[in-house]
Structure formats: C-alpha cells, structure tokens
Design a protein around this ligand. Structure first.
Ligand SMILES: [Zn+2]
Length: 375
C-alpha cells in the first residue's frame, strides 16, 4: 500500500509531498512523490504515533480492577482515538495475584498481537508510604523473590518497574536491569544521594517528574534535583496543568531537553469514556473537568490523553511542534529501547502513524499499516 502525505513529520524533520510505502506492517520507503502515485491520501499532518509509558486505564476500564485481555483491548482502542499507537499498560500497587493476572494478560496480548500493547509497567508495589499518592498502603511492601521472578519474565515485552530507591537496594536494581527490566524511580522520598546511587545502579527513568517525589529545595536537592541533574535519565511528565505548574514543565523541558522528557498520561479509566466516578481499592475517584480526585482533593491519576498533552505542550508551554512530537513518540521509543522500530517514519520502521489537524486533533490512527481509528 502507498499513502500520500502532503505534510509529514518523520520524527526528526518536517517534509512535504511524501509517499509512504508499506509492506507487511513495516514502512518500506518514505520518498518525495505525488498524490497520483498513492492508493490513499492522508490529509493533515502525518506524524509518528504517540507512545505512552504510563496508562492505568481507558474506555471505562481500569487495569487493576479487571486485569485481563479484554481490558487491554479496550484501553488500547480508547487511547488510539487520541493518537497512541504503543503503550505500557500500568498496574498500580497491588497484591501478587493481581500482578500475576496483569502479567498474564499482557503476555496473551503480545501473543495475540493486540495492536498498541508493547509491555507492562508495574508502578509499585515497592514504593515509599509517605509518597504513596493513591497507591494502597496495605499492598506497599519490600521486594521478594516472587516479585523478582515476575518482573524477570521473558514473555511480557517491555517491562518497566517504578520503585522507591530507599526501599530497594542498588544490588536488586542492578539485578533487574541486567535482566532487561527498565527501572523508573518515583513515589519516593529518597535523598539526592540515594537517587543518584540508583541511577548509577542502572535506573533510567523517573515516573511523573515532580509528583510524589522528594522535591528540590535549597538544602536538599531531592529526587527532583537528581532527575534534573543527570542527563542520561528520562522523565515522564504529566502536562494536564493539574499535576505540574506550567513553568515547572517548561523548566524540566529546558533542563532535560526533548531528548529526555516523555509526555505521559497516567490516564485512569475515564479517558475515552463518559465515566465520572471510579472505585479503586475502596476509594471513590471522581472527575471534575480534567481533574481526578479522591475525597479530600488528592489527585488520583489523570483524565489526560496524549493528543491533549501535545496540544497543552505546544499551546501553553510554547514548545516547538517538532520537539513536542518527539517527546510524545521518539523519546519514549528510546526509553523503551524500541528506537529502531518505533518513533520515526522511515524505512524499516513500524507503520504506526497518526494524522493531525492544524489544531492538533487526531483524525486517523494507523498501527502496523492498519487503520485502527478514523473520525
Ligand atoms: Zn503514580
């Protein structure tokens, strides 16, 4: 199949009048051409599909509440309508039985080639209670051989684990990293020294920078200080204007550059559904506008989608469009080490792209050369 894109961002630069040739779900070539050479005309800006490394739910389903294949299909379909072509379904701190069900569901999704599912993100359970957010205290615990074995499974695709480095030793971090697990630091009260030691042990990411982590202050640089200081570390950022101040977002993007900031949604089940109330671990999470809170007003994940995060970043943070599209796609692709297959539209890459209007709304989504969403 050949597609004509009048405007295309290939992950690095903007181009015009491009013909994309696709065979066996891969891009064979992207070359200058004319509309007559193509089977299908893509009208709008064609860009690499968004990659979201933190998705708790969507389409009315929360992964923790129903950790099965049907939930993953629903979540992926819901987020495809907002341009996400690859995601890490994310399990909030839970018991081992639920973690195992979630892992089994992801393994099945990968076997069945469910579009958009590339692995799993375990957010917890080895977190810090003072920074737990909505993670159930009763399930926060030290790591044991059982969780280690689960994280090291080889049938889960990309495995990411968010942990608090004050509660997991550097030796365990090294062991997980050597098994191919991506370690993110977060929900943590660690000192800057503990955080830097965890990075030296192989941790490569920070989960929702600024939120639920020790802050940068005059006499204690905290986890935020370490995250901003160390160039090699990737940082997820929730740009819904509820979680992080706009200037703090701008500062992070300036400091880390588009090479290391990743737009994430931290979406709960509300995204892509009309749901207003969700029950999770005995808590009622309600939606007011774009904000999800539990009783008392504490933030409980987000109602953000990737397209909105992109619009917020361009419009309200004044980040150039090319950089914004990178932090929504090629940068997370590098973080999950899929930079040779995802995050770019060029020869040999997966045919995962989206079509955007001038005001950055998604009109079409393709995964593996197949249209999975169209307005
Ligand atoms: Zn979190």
């Amino acid at each position: 199949m050949r597609y004509f894109a009048q405007r295309l961002f290939d992950g690095l630069v903007f181009k015009s009048n491009q013909v994309i040739t696709v065979k066996n779900q891969k891009i064979v070539s992207v070359e200058q051409g004319t509309a007559d050479e193509a089977d299908t005309l893509l009208s709008g800006l064609v860009a690499p599909g968004f990659i979201d490394v933190q998705v708790n739910g969507g389409g009315g389903k929360l992964f923790n509440n129903e950790p099965n294949l049907a939930t993953l299909e629903t979540m992926s379909r819901a987020h495809q309508t907002f341009g996400t072509t690859a995601m890490l379904p994310t399990l909030i701190t839970d018991n081992l039985a639920t973690m195992t069900l979630a892992a089994n569901a992801v393994a099945l999704a990968l076997t069945n080639k469910i579009p958009g599912i590339i692995g799993i993100h375990f957010e917890g359970p080895h977190l810090s209670s003072p920074k737990k957010g909505i993670h159930p205290e009763s399930h926060i615990r030290p790591i044991s051989e059982k969780e280690l074995a689960l994280f090291k499974r080889k049938d889960l695709g990309v495995v990411c684990v968010t942990l608090a480095p004050e509660n997991v030793s550097c030796d365990v971090i090294k062991e997980l990293v050597s098994s191919g697990v991506k370690i993110c630091l977060g929900h943590s009260n660690a000192s800057v020294e503990q955080t830097l030691a965890a990075i030296d042990a192989g941790a490569t990411g920070f989960t929702h920078l600024y939120n639920a982590m020790s802050p940068l202050t005059s006499r204690a640089a905290g986890m935020v200080g370490a995250a901003l200081l160390r160039d090699e570390a990737y940082c997820g950022l929730i740009v819904d204007h509820e979680h992080v101040d706009k200037v703090s977002c701008q500062l992070a993007i300036k400091c880390k550059t588009s090479e290391k900031i990743m737009l994430v949604t931290d979406a709960m089940s509300h995204v892509g559904s009309n749901q207003t109330l969700l029950t999770f671990a005995g808590m009622e999470i309600s939606r007011t506008g774009n904000k999800l809170t539990i009783e008392g007003g504490r933030l409980a994940g987000s109602a953000l989608d990737m397209a909105t995060a992109v619009r917020n970043t361009v419009t309200n943070l004044d980040t150039p469009l090319d950089q914004t599209l990178q932090i929504a796609s090629s940068t997370p692709a590098k973080f999950v080490e899929l930079q040779n297959t995802k995050g770019q539209l060029s020869e040999g890459y997966d045919a995962d792209w989206i079509v955007l209007t001038d005001d950055l709304h998604v009109t079409q989504t393709y995964i593996g050369g197949k249209q999975v969403f169209s307005v």
